[in-house]
Design a protein around this ligand. Structure first.
Ligand code: KIV
Ligand code: NA
Length: 278
């Protein structure tokens, strides 16, 4: 398979072939994305909850993100690798945004970065894209603002906020974004933005089937997340159950002296060597 590029993603969008994006957080999940043939691998800041046990993405730091991006990039060959910019890593100044984005690419091996926000982050997106840092925008529900917004809510359900989402989509495309995530907005609005308002690929999560592609969080899709399950999540595998069964079976076998098997799972020594040793 050929390495996925931005040009390839645009081609998929233009020909109406859905773009597949899935999160990955370490070497294993990256290898699974590679062999499972996804187009884009995202080291999402959902890393905070699903891998690191924080209660929200606002806890995640640059060094933590970088550590995981490095591991994912070591496991990938074909998919396009995008890293989320952590909360606070692109807001303080354009200089900080550039420095952190460059670090995710240079040290981490990311091929692009994703930033949450609408029209208000256009100057930052512009600064990044003009110097050659590919930016994936992320509009609609913005998990990094859960505290300011008092929770995680569907966005754009009324005419006023729907217009705001559309303006953001247009402004971020103009700022040079190569694609955008549309999170938790009505499917009609997402389809409208995709078909009528932007030319770049839109990747939906909780945004219906009319976007250029879909993204899910690994642990939601594979059934390894035991917390809240959003309405838009579909579980494609129940890895959590399988691994729970595996862990119990292991512990049980050890306690019952059934693991290891002396013959099949151990190393022998000749009688002769043993008597010499004794
Ligand atoms: O952090 C994340 O996993 C994301 C995707 C859900 C788009 O931003
Ligand atoms: Na994210």
């Amino acid at each position: 398979r050929k390495k996925v590029s931005i040009q390839r993603l645009q081609q998929l969008r233009n020909q109406g072939t859905p773009i597949t994006m899935l999160t990955a957080y370490d070497y294993f999940t990256a290898r699974q994305c590679e062999t499972g043939d996804v187009d884009i691998c995202l080291v999402g800041d959902s890393l905070a909850q699903v891998c690191l046990g924080y209660d929200s993405t606002t806890r995640l730091t640059m060094p933590e993100m970088l550590h995981h991006v490095k591991a994912v990039s070591r496991g990938l060959k074909t998919p396009f690798l995008v890293a989320d910019m952590p909360f606070g890593s692109y807001h303080s100044s354009v200089g900080d945004a550039i420095r952190n984005a460059v670090q995710l690419m240079q040290e981490g091996g990311a091929e692009g970065v994703k930033l949450e926000g609408g029209e208000e982050i256009v100057p930052i997106v512009k600064a990044l894209t003009t110097i050659g840092i590919p930016v994936m925008a992320h509009i609609g529900l913005l998990p990094q603002r859960h505290a300011a917004l008092s929770g995680y809510r569907v966005q754009g359900r009324d005419a006023h906020t729907a217009h705001r989402v559309v303006r953001s989509a247009e402004a971020l495309q103009d700022a040079g974004a190569f694609a955008m995530v549309l999170e938790a907005i009505p499917h009609t609005l997402a389809s409208y933005i995709t078909a009528r308002k932007v030319d770049i690929p839109t990747i939906g999560i909780g945004a219906g089937g009319g976007t250029s592609g879909q993204v899910l969080v690994w642990d939601d899709a594979m059934g390894t997340w035991e917390g809240h399950k959003a309405k838009f999540v579909r579980r494609f595998a129940d890895v959590g159950r399988i691994s729970r069964e595996g862990v119990s079976a292991y512990a049980e076998a050890v306690r019952a002296h059934k693991f290891p098997d002396a013959e099949k799972e151990g190393y022998g020594m000749t009688e002769e060597e043993w008597s010499r040793f004794m």
